[in-house]
Design a protein around this ligand. Sequence first.
Ligand code: GLU
Length: 273
Amino acid sequence: MTVTRFAPSPTGNLHLGHAYSALYSERVAREEGGKFLLRIEDIDGTRCRSEYIQNIYDDIEWLGVVWDDEVIVQSNRLKFYVTKAEILEQRGLLYPCFCTRKELANINGKELNREKRLYPKTCLRLTNEQVAEKKSQGVPFSLRLNSNKAKEETGKIFWNDQTTGRHEVNYDALGDVVLVRKDIGTSYHMAVTIDDDFQDVTCITRGLDLVESTHVHRILQSLLGLQVPEWSHHKLIKGSDGNKYSKSNQSLTLKELRESGVSGAEIRKELGF
Ligand code: GLU
């Protein structure tokens, strides 16, 4: 049975891009007689707010989107993400990174394509003694994937997108991503991968802006022996200014639309549902 999900992070109010994503995910499930799940991705306690969670429920209901089963709230599941990261760490697949935000910004420079520049593995070159010393001094650290080691374990791996086709995981383009953040003890990549497996999601529906992350998730599935679903990354809808909707560019929110008297049905129609 097809199982899809909509997994917003309550770090702000939802906008039209989220409405599209929720409607898209629901449609994929319904067309195939499957299930559509809602998951609240609130691992980042510093940025998530309970009022945004309430607004997610209100927005979704207003849109007429109906989810199945119980809603999973990630902040209740942190211990599962920690346990899986420990397994990877014990297998030598993660290493501590003590670089500060400032140091990383210097490494990455200020160029436009800075997100394409990879971590130069500075902390991978630390000796065991240096690591032990930093830890004993209480220097905060994140844990990064040792991508060379991971590649040795997984070999060539692939993932399938119903919209963009078959992809091979390109380790060289990814670098050593952070899987355990300093501040919250886990990461989006860990939480999302573990929960998609836990909830038996068969088709991961989300926007094309997250397509790069899928390579990381596919690696984690392979390393942790999790189920490998299909993906369906959908187009990103744009506002009248030609920019994609985002929380940061102050897009009109669903809450504002709702409160101004627009109906959920009108929005569905406008978005093509
Ligand atoms: N929580 C993520 C976000 O709001 C989406 C996660 C996903 O769909 O994989 O951007």
